[in-house]
Design a protein around this ligand. Structure first.
Ligand SMILES: [Zn+2]
Ligand SMILES: [Zn+2]
Length: 154
């Protein structure tokens, strides 16, 4: 799929405001799609459309909720900013356009991780999942893993 085809296919499932922080949306609007890695966008499409086949809640700031840093994080988002101000390195996949945190209605994070593992063959590239947390973190950071599905400790 081309990048345009992937974005077009994602739009029935996600508004861009669900995928980026408010800072980014306020500055770039619909152009905020540009900050995501193409392989990650395709991964998200396959997760939503083919693996979970159910709504994934990422950011909800658009509707007055508290989630704003579960998709793309900019340099002035609290989590990135506080690391920078403390002089700490913070190379999160969230700031490189290739990660989201989500929750799924009726599925625990552990069940969601298992579902990805069981369906990993459907994915376009290797996926990395954070283990042991109460939310579903997926990204495509890859140091040359031989397996399609891998877990890491955050
Ligand atoms: Zn931000
Ligand atoms: Zn995360």
């Amino acid at each position: 799929m081309t990048r345009l085809e992937i974005i077009t296919a994602l739009k029935p499932y996600f508004k861009i405001q669900e995928l980026v922080c408010k800072h980014t949306y306020d500055a770039f609007g619909e152009k905020s799609w540009q900050f995501f890695d193409k392989d990650y966008l395709e991964t998200l499409l396959v997760l939503r459309r083919d693996i979970f086949k159910a709504p994934m809640t990422i950011n909800d700031w658009l509707w007055g909720g508290n989630f704003s840093q579960r998709g793309f994080r900019c340099n002035i988002c609290q989590l990135t900013k506080e690391k920078t101000l403390a002089g700490k390195i913070y190379l999160t996949a969230h700031a490189n356009g290739c990660a989201t945190d989500s929750s799924l209605k009726g599925l625990t994070a552990e069940q969601a991780r298992k579902k990805i593992k069981d369906n990993q063959d459907l994915l376009p590239c290797n996926i990395r999942v954070e283990k042991g947390v109460s939310w579903l973190h997926t990204d495509i950071y890859d140091n040359g893993s031989a397996s399609k599905y891998s877990e890491f400790e955050g």
